[in-house]
Each structure stands twice: as structure tokens, then as C-alpha cells.
Design a protein around this ligand. Structure first.
Ligand code: COS
Length: 381
């Protein structure tokens, strides 16, 4: 068993750290304050070929592996979790299902510009009545000649309004329950496709989260992704990968908070010595470091299994469950290490703490993850 990452991964990580420190970190607090989404940051990621890390060069990608992409989301989230989820949504939730289930024409038309970062992607599954219960969705797609007519509304959609390509889900046959859900690729400017409420959030405030509204959107038949009725399985398999992305985001947030807390503890003096000398503080840092290490091993393992095309749904769910809980715990403790300063916006800790919360909620709540893991372990001997 080899726990080292390759030199190639290390070098890629170094390039991303330089990039995030120069291009993402400086404005992160201001963007959080103004709740401003920055397409400019995504465009800069694209220049560095981060928009299509795991896709083959033939499809406009960087020809890397899933682990590289996971490490990129982690590094970006260390300074700005909003930028982290923008990339994760784009890659895991929009580009991946097109890469995996798309026809060659769909890949050329949609995956190539996504992988090149010429277009941003999004994923529309959740609705007001369908969160954990995907089958509760109301959106319908009715075949009318060469078109599907789509009606409905999606909620809490990351990259909404800024993305140009959307993988969405709708019932083509409600009587078949989840086996009657189908997946489709939509384009931003299609007549009848508009955007509703933009959410004001506790954290990841500079990521765009909003509503998609479909009012008799006439979608060419060739924009069906996979076959009719495949939608639920496509959504579940896509979320398996997305959840590793959220684990990487959580890992980045936790690491960012831990590093700030450690730096501060070494220089902050009370009672004529650095507070890091007190076990009350060093034990907190030791717990943080240990939990982050475990979360990183779990997250990289899930990515490794995916790269090897081995089953990884259980490991992905475990990594997301654990890393998100660690992110919440570590950020709360990191604020505590900084005391009153941690509570102010002069330091990024309170932002990290707010950003961490959603990682326990989206792409499947941690309660759903326990359910998924429970089913896997009970099916084992
Ligand atoms: N990959 C591929 N197929 C999968 C799958 C996966 N990870 N998980 C389930 N499936 C398949 C099953 O094999 C089953 O196939 P058959 O119909 O051929 O038997 C089908 O999908 C239905 O599976 P299951 O019976 O397990 O579905 P449930 O309705 O019991 O739902 C949960 C299971 C609750 C786990 C699922 O609905 C879920 O993950 N919900 C959370 C959704 C979520 O994360 N929402 C937030 C979105 S934020 S973007």
C-alpha cells in the first residue's frame, strides 16, 4: 500500500496553490461580503486547464485523473469554498454525466466547451418538494414530435444563471415512479427557460444558487441524455462522484481553517508566551490535524477507486459524511483558537465556519449518507 501522491500530483498542487494565492484568495472576503459570483475566476481557472481536468484531451480536457481534480477542489476551497463548489458542480455534476452517458454528438457539442472552460455547467435535480426524495419531483417532459416539452421548477441550483449548460431531470412517465425519470441537457438561452429567486445564504455566499424555471421549453429530442427512464440512475451515479467533490471542498475548508488557527496560535501571546504552548490549544490543533488527515485519506481513496473504475459509492458517501463533519468541527474550534478575533471579519475563520455548514447538507444530507452507507454495509457478508 502506497500513501504517497505522485510527483505529478505534487507539481500540479503547487501550481494551483500559486494560482489560488494570486487570483482567488485576495478578493474572497469581499466577494463573500457582497455575495458576488465571479465568472472571471472561473475563466481564470479555465486558462489553467482546471475546467476539464479529468476529461481526455480529445474532448477538450486536460487528460488528468479524478484525484487531480479532487486535489484542485481542495486547494481552491482552502481559500474560497464558493469557487470550490463552482468547479465541483461544473465538473462532477454537469460534465461527468455528459462524458459518461452522452452520445458522441452530445460530447462534441456540450462536453468540449465545458471541458475547455468556454462554458460553465450546472445540474438541476432538486425541487421545492424533492430534496432527499428525488422521486417527489414535479417537473415533466412530454414528447411532442421531435421535441420534449418541459415544465417545472428546480431549486437551490449551483451556478444558476451563470452556467450555459444544464443537466436536468424530469418525469417522462410518472406512473413508473423513479424509473420514469429522464435526464436532459438544456442550454441557457432556450425559449421558456428563465431564472427565478437567487438565494441569500449563510455561507458559500459568492457561489450562485438559484431557481430554474421551465415554461413549455421545447427541447430537441436529441438532448435526452441516456434513454428514457434512466434519469434516476444517472442522477444517483452522478451524485456518487459529486459527493467526493463535496468531501474535497470540506477538506479544503477544514485545512484552510486549521492552518490559520495554527499560524495564529504560534504568534499570539498571553501570559508571556505563545498560546500554542498551552495544551488547551495544542490539543485542539492536534485533534484538527488528525481528523483532517483521516478525511484526506478517505477522500483521496474514493477518488483513487473512481480512477481505477472500481466501486466507490460507499467510500464516496463515507468521505463526504466524514469530511463535512470534520469541516464543521474544525472551523468551530479554529474560531475558538482565535477567540474574539475569530469572531470578527478581520480573519477568514468565521467565513470558513459559515461555509462548512452546507457541506453537511448538499449533494445529499449527512442523514441520507448514513442511510446509503448503512445499506451498503448491511448488504456485505
Ligand atoms: N448508482 C447507480 N444506480 C443507483 C445508485 C447509484 N449510486 N443508487 C441507486 N441506484 C439504482 C438502484 O440500483 C435501483 O435500480 P432498479 O430500479 O433497477 O432496482 C434504483 O436506482 C432505485 O434505487 P433505490 O431503491 O435505492 O432508491 P430509493 O428510492 O430507495 O432512494 C436514496 C435511495 C434515498 C438513497 C436516494 O434517493 C438518494 O440518494 N437521495 C438523496 C438525493 C440527494 O442527494 N439529493 C440532493 C441533491 S443536491 S444536487
Amino acid at each position: 500500500m502506497d500513501f504517497t501522491v505522485s510527483l505529478e500530483h505534487e507539481m500540479m498542487k503547487k501550481t494551483i496553490v500559486e494560482f489560488t494565492n494570486k487570483e482567488i484568495k485576495p478578493g474572497a472576503a469581499e466577494r463573500d461580503e457582497s455575495e458576488e459570483f465571479s465568472l472571471d475566476i472561473f475563466n481564470k481557472m479555465a486558462v489553467l486547464e482546471l475546467a476539464g481536468i479529468p476529461w481526455p484531451e480529445d474532448y477538450g480536457g486536460a487528460g488528468g485523473d479524478y484525484l487531480s481534480y479532487i486535489m484542485a477542489v481542495e486547494e481552491i476551497s482552502k481559500v474560497d469554498a464558493s469557487a470550490g463548489i463552482t468547479l465541483s458542480t461544473h465538473t462532477s455534476l454537469c460534465s461527468w454525466p455528459i462524458y459518461e452517458y452522452g452520445t458522441e454528438e452530445q460530447k462534441q457539442k456540450y462536453l468540449v466547451p465545458l471541458a475547455q472552460g468556454k462554458k460553465l455547467g450546472a445540474f438541476g435535480l432538486t425541487e421545492s418538494s424533492a430534496g432527499s426524495d428525488v422521486g417527489g419531483m414535479q417537473t415533466t417532459a412530454v414528447l411532442d414530435g421531435d421535441y420534449y416539452v418541459i415544465n417545472g421548477c428546480k431549486q437551490f441550483i449551483s451556478n444558476a444563471g451563470y452556467a450555459e449548460t444544464y443537466v436536468i431531470f424530469a418525469y417522462t412517465d410518472k406512473s413508473k415512479k423513479t424509473r420514469g425519470i429522464s435526464a436532459f441537457i438544456l442550454e441557457k438561452d432556450m425559449p421558456g427557460f428563465t431564472f427565478g429567486k437567487k438565494e441569500k445564504k449563510l455561507g458559500i455566499r459568492s457561489s450562485a444558487t438559484g431557481e430554474l424555471i421551465f415554461d413549455n421549453v421545447r427541447l430537441p429530442k436529441e438532448n435526452l441524455l441516456g434513454s428514457e427512464g434512466d434519469g434516476f440512475k444517472i442522477a444517483m451515479a452522478t451524485l456518487d462522484g459529486g459527493r467526493t467533490g463535496v468531501a474535497a471542498q470540506a477538506l479544503g475548508i477544514a485545512t484552510g481553517a486549521y492552518e490559520e488557527a495554527k499560524k495564529y496560535a504560534k504568534v499570539r501571546e498571553q501570559f508571556n508566551q505563545s498560546i500554542a504552548n498551552f495544551q488547551a490549544i495544542s490539543f485542539k490543533l492536534a485533534d484538527m490535524a488528525t481528523k483532517i488527515d483521516a478525511a484526506r485519506l478517505m477522500t483521496y481513496r474514493a477518488a483513487f477507486l473512481k480512477d481505477k473504475k472500481l466501486p466507490y459509492a460507499k467510500e464516496s458517501a463515507m468521505s463526504k459524511l466524514y469530511a463535512s463533519d470534520v469541516a464543521m468541527e474544525v472551523t468551530v474550534e479554529a474560531v475558538q483558537v482565535l477567540g474574539g478575533y475569530g469572531f470578527t471579519r478581520d480573519f477568514p475563520l468565521e467565513r470558513f465556519m459559515r461555509d462548512a455548514k452546507v457541506t453537511q447538507i448538499y449533494e445529499g444530507t449527512n442523514e441520507i449518507h448514513r442511510l446509503v452507507i448503512g445499506r451498503y454495509i448491511l448488504a456485505e457478508d
